[in-house]
Design a protein around this ligand. Structure first.
Ligand SMILES: [Zn+2]
Length: 169
């Protein structure tokens, strides 16, 4: 099995880093400012003026960014392990020449695509947006020679396809 990751996953992670780390670091660098005391023509910096709201906002944004990235890693690994577990070989022709494309958004349910490069069969796999666990599997294209036609467009359990993959030709 070969696994490809959708570009939208990388773009999403880059956006996440930009919108959490950049303002987070800015807040932490600026929540303290010097209070400047002016005496005649002399100016002395004497004390800090701190803005606790800016400090908490900075800590929150950076923590949120780190947790989100760790969580994204967990979802990605979970999707990958599930696809390897159920689709390491094509359930229809038993070929290991299977291409899986991973895509996720961490919000609503996601759809993974698995395509057999040998017989042409193709599946859409619905995974949970929060955990990456497989919910349902749907064959969207039977093999080029028509095998699997009877399961076309039916929402099934992943175990159904794993048991087909284990069957001898
Ligand atoms: Zn196949």
């Amino acid at each position: 099995m070969r696994i490809a990751t959708s570009n939208s996953v990388w773009i999403g992670i880059i956006i996440l880093v930009i919108v959490t780390f950049a303002p987070g670091i800015w807040f932490l660098m600026h929540y303290k400012s010097y209070k400047v005391l002016q005496i005649g023509s002399y100016s002395l910096s004497v004390s800090y003026q701190t803005n606790p709201l800016m400090f908490y906002a900075g800590v929150f944004l950076i923590s949120f960014g780190i947790i989100s990235i760790l969580w994204a890693g967990y979802i990605y690994n979970n999707i990958k392990n599930n696809l390897i577990e159920y689709f390491s070989i094509c359930p229809i022709c038993k070929s290991p020449n299977v291409l899986a494309k991973i895509s996720f958004s961490m919000t609503i349910d996601d759809v993974q695509t698995v395509a057999c490069q040998n017989c042409g069969a193709k599946w859409k796999i619905k995974t949970s947006g929060a955990t990456g666990n497989i919910k349902t599997v749907k064959l969207v294209k039977p093999s080029d020679d028509g095998r699997g036609q009877e399961y076309l467009s039916k929402e099934t359990d992943p175990e159904f396809w794993a048991s087909l993959a284990r069957e001898k030709e």
